[in-house]
Design a protein around this ligand. Structure first.
Ligand code: C2E
Ligand code: MG
Ligand code: MG
Length: 891
């Protein structure tokens, strides 16, 4: 394109020069024509003028001849008078000198005594011989007296008898004649020539260089000089010649003077003729050069600006291309460029037989930085990580940023498999602290590694597999931060895809069900409500817990549909139970962040509540605390909108997310649900106990209900009770059950006996007396897990007595066969000291005598035979305990 563009000025310049050339050519032709015409006209003038002058001379000579003839015819005529008349005639013609005459013998009287004879001259002879001849002109001769070149013009005169009488003649100064002849009419310039020669080709006159060239007069010229025309010229008599005296080119006119043997040659130099044309040439060339320079200048500057524009455009294009291929924040290649270069690397790896490792790097706490410190610190962290990765991964290996907090490194693995080492270095660079907002933060991250060729030979595949490996590393509980891709991961991914496909049809196929887990008041043991927990009754996979499919639903758009279904089903269930008379009943539903953040949630909940005509306070929405991290302001606003509806709010799984306690106080929540991991550690881990304690205090201070999840044992429940938790939910009360199993629970007055959870100081004490340690352990260990009482042990009656005296006992279980004193005796004594104590006697083979004594003296209520039936004993104790509690409550 640019090359063609350059042709334009060249064509324009060529056009300018072409026009000029055409013009100059035409003008040269015009000059030529004009020169031919001029030379021809001038030549004609000169010829005519010369002819005229010579004619005058001829007439003068004729007059002189007549005069001489007259004198001779009248013999006495006065000679002096004749000479006088001749003199007058001579004076009439410029250039004529010495007009005189000769006699028939050629004698000419010159002065007094001198007679010269001209009979030998050519002109005399010709005039003598030819009676009809007119004026004869001699060859140029030198005038002896003046040494000037002259022509002798002569005419014959006749005598009376008509015979030849002699000649009249006169010298003619050629130069003078010619110059007079030329006068002002012909301005010859240097190098122009005016030449006259006679029939013998003798030069008679030659004007050259502006003066008469005397040296050439009398010299002969050849016709060749005149014929050597270099050009044929249309106008006759004009030729272009080179050959006069010099090599100058001339337009030459050659013509004979009419009736005279004389020829006129007029030569005007081409140089002179064309000198104005040359000036024109110079002028036009000058103009052309200026034009060419102007055109060149215009085009060059235009070209330059165009080139600049093109360069700018090219630069712009390159910028655009760069931007489309690079991440603007870190300047690292983006996904597109990465795929491109990864494919190239794989191809050369196949050709050159080496391995390629793809490291997919995911940062751990990036979201935390973004949300808590702000995006500018997030950006700073990403830039810093990019720099660090660039330092450890050098060209031609590749570092790229995918999106968010994901980076990719592609490394050539030669000669040994050093991918482990590289992964280690990558992790080190992620784990090195970052200085953000004046504080040091450790990001950390996980790396997934796929290798080519074994894990695939296409960029997309390797990336996908490295991502799977990264996800596995992230989920790893063993703190395995770098994970190679394993083939089983692919099948896991395929399984997941299949599951997702099935899940899409689960709602329409009625495969989803809600289970309900009771939530109970810890002080009274009464039921307060249920948490609705979803299950998927899949024909392919069986009954699946939410952990198997809710995360998948959350990653896809399915969670919204599932959320709507849960809300709808739970509200319908609340309505049904309320209809059955349990109007106090509340149900909690779980809501994912994705559902909660979609703008329609509040409206939808409002619609459903209205549709089933349930009091809004009977619905509780459980949100995880991490929800607030995404967009705290929007989350809090939505919570308030829900609260305004009258719906209750609970913060689920509290303590496991990155709680921002600053936000927590802004949450208008009613309930704080302590995550089950802390409940689980209550009995074994002091820290968990401390956390649970703090969370309960926190809930109290924020006027929220503290509900502990995941209580599986009575001791956990007791601990919770001791720490002041309000409610409990867990397997200890009941597992999540289908709706039909809820009704029996609703019918119970309480879910557990609150006495069970009384503090140790208030707990019932049971004394076990047996000399066999095995028997004592059997009873204590067998019952302590299922019965909330404190067991005291004694091996004989005296030890037992001291315990009875120092403790308020609820029951005494005594073996009859004790060393020293029998069991019956011991129980009889105990009856006196503590009459209300429950007395249980263990006997080997009971006989009637013993039974009577035991009942009558010792007031024994229950008998157990060996081996002891623990269930029976448990039943006895439980019944007695219920009695005791009721009495206690009555009191
Ligand atoms: P969550 O909301 O914290 O629910 C409590 C989970 O703990 C339930 O598991 C329940 O079965 C279990 N659990 C209760 N008591 C005990 C106990 O004593 N010991 C043990 N080991 N586990 C106990 P589930 O039903 O598998 O639900 C798991 C999680 O799935 C729920 O945790 C909740 O986050 C989510 N989820 C359940 N249903 C739904 C739903 O309808 N929608 C959404 N978005 N998420 C749901
Ligand atoms: Mg929950
Ligand atoms: Mg929970």
């Amino acid at each position: 394109m640019i090359r063609y563009y350059l042709l334009i000025p060249l064509l324009l310049i060529a056009l300018v020069f072409g026009i000029s050339f055409g013009h100059l050519r035409q003008s040269h032709h015009d000059y030529h024509q004009r020169a031919v015409l001029t030379v021809h006209n001038l030549g004609a003038i000169v010829t005519e003028a010369t002819a005229g002058s010579l004619h005058t001379i001829d007439i003068t000579l004729q007059a002189a001849a007549d005069q001489v003839q007259f004198n001779i015819q009248h013999e006495n005529a006065d000679n002096a008078n004749l000479n006088k008349q001749l003199y007058f005639l001579e004076r009439r013609v410029p250039g004529l000198i010495l007009l005189t005459y000769s006699d028939v013998h050629g004698n000419v009287k010159s002065g007094e005594n001198i007679t010269i004879n001209i009979s030998n001259t050519a002109y005399f002879k010709r005039l003598q011989e030819d009676a009809n001849i007119g004026m004869v002109i001699s060859e140029p001769i030198r005038d002896l007296s003046t040494n000037e070149w002259v022509l002798i013009c002569a005419r014959r005169y006749t005598l009376q008898d008509g015979k030849f009488g002699g000649v009249v003649y006169s010298s003619l100064k050629i130069g003078q004649m010619i110059s007079q002849l030329l006068g002002n009419r012909l301005q010859l310039k240097n190098n122009d020539i005016l030449l006259i020669f006679n029939a013998e080709l003798t030069t008679i006159s030659n004007y050259f260089n502006g003066r008469e060239s005397l040296e050439s007069i009398g010299k002969k010229i050849s016709w060749g000089d005149l014929d050597n025309s270099s050009n044929s010229i249309s106008t006759s008599n004009v030729q272009i010649t080179h050959h006069f005296f010099d090599q100058n080119e001339r337009f030459t006119y050659v013509n004979q003077i009419p009736n005279l043997p004389l020829y006129v040659v007029l030569g005007l130099t081409s140089e002179e003729i064309f000198s104005p044309w040359w000036k024109e040439v110079i002028f036009i060339s000058f103009i052309d050069l200026i034009l060419a320079a102007a055109i060149t200048y215009v085009f060059v500057s235009h070209y330059r600006s165009r080139i600049k524009k093109l360069n700018d455009h090219e630069q712009y294009q390159m910028d655009l291309q760069y931007r489309s291929m690079h991440d603007p924040l870190t300047k690292l290649p983006n996904r597109q460029l990465l795929l491109d270069r990864l494919n190239q690397t794989i191809q050369s790896a196949i050709r050159e037989n080496y391995k390629v490792a793809v490291f997919l790097i995911n940062l751990d706490k990036f979201k935390f930085i973004n949300d808590n410190l702000g995006h500018e610190y997030g950006d700073q962290a990403l830039r810093e990580i990019a720099l660090r990765l660039n330092e450890i991964i050098r060209e031609p290996d590749i570092v790229a940023r995918l999106d968010g907090d994901e980076f990719v490194a592609v490394c050539k693995i030669v000669p040994i498999d050093n991918s482990n080492l590289i992964a280690q270095r990558i992790l080190e660079c992620l784990q090195a602290p970052l200085l953000l907002n004046n504080s040091q933060i450790v990001l950390d991250g996980s790396v997934g590694i796929s290798l080519s060729p074994e894990d695939g030979d296409a960029a997309e595949v390797l990336l996908r597999r490295a991502t799977m490996a990264m996800l596995r590393a992230k989920a790893s509980e063993k703190n395995n931060k770098a994970q190679y891709y394993l083939h089983e991961m692919q099948s896991a991914a395929e399984d997941r895809m299949l599951l997702e496909k099935q899940l899409r049809n689960a709602i329409s196929n009625n495969e989803l069900v809600l289970y309900y887990q009771p939530q109970v008041d810890l002080r009274s043991g009464t039921l307060t409500g249920f948490e609705a927990l979803i299950r998927w009754n899949s024909p392919v996979y069986g009954l699946l817990p939410p952990g198997r499919f809710i995360p998948i639903a959350e990653e896809t758009d399915l969670i919204k549909a599932i959320g709507c279904w849960v809300l709808d089903t739970a509200c319908k269930q609340i309505h049904d139970w309320h209809e059955l008379g349990y109007e106090w009943l509340t149900v909690a539903i779980n809501m994912s962040a994705a559902e909660f953040c979609s703008g329609e949630t509040v409206t939808y909940i409002e619609d459903v509540i209205k549709r089933y005509r349930i009091p809004p306070s009977c619905l509780e929405v459980e949100l995880t605390e991490s929800l607030s991290l995404n967009d705290p302001v929007a989350s809090i606003e939505t919570m308030h909108r829900l609260k305004n509806l009258g719906v209750r709010l609970a913060i689920d799984d509290f303590g496991v997310g990155y709680s921002n306690l600053g936000y927590l106080k802004l949450f208008p929540a009613d309930c704080l649900k302590i995550d089950q991991v802390f409940t689980r550690g209550l009995c074994s881990n002091q820290e968990d106990r401390a956390i649970v304690n703090t969370v309960i205090q926190l809930a109290n201070s924020l006027s929220m209900v503290a509900l502990a999840e995941g209580a599986e044992t009575e001791s956990e429940a007791r601990q919770l009770c001791e720490l002041g938790a309000d409610r409990v939910q867990g397997y200890w009360i009941a597992r999540p059950v289908p709706p039909e199993e809820v009704i029996p629970m609703l019918q119970k007055s309480r879910m557990f006996d609150p006495k069970l959870l009384m503090p140790t100081s208030e707990r019932l004490k049971v004394l076990v007396v047996d000399d066999s340690a095995t028997m004592r352990e059997f009873i204590v260990e067998g019952l302590s897990d299922v019965l909330s009482v404190d067991f005291l042990c004694a091996e004989d009656a005296s030890e037992a007595m001291s315990i009875i005296l120092s403790n308020q006992l609820f029951a005494i279980i005594a073996d009859n066969y004790l060393p020293g004193q029998s069991g019956v005796e011991l129980l009889a004594q105990a009856r006196k000291i503590a009459p209300s104590v429950l007395r249980v006697l263990i006997t080997g083979t009971p006989n009637t005598q013993l039974l009577r004594e035991a009942i009558n003296f010792a007031g024994v209520e229950h008998f157990l035979s060996k081996p002891v039936d623990l269930d029976h004993l448990l039943d006895i104790l439980k019944k007695a305990m219920v009695r005791e509690v009721t009495a206690f409550e009555r009191k």
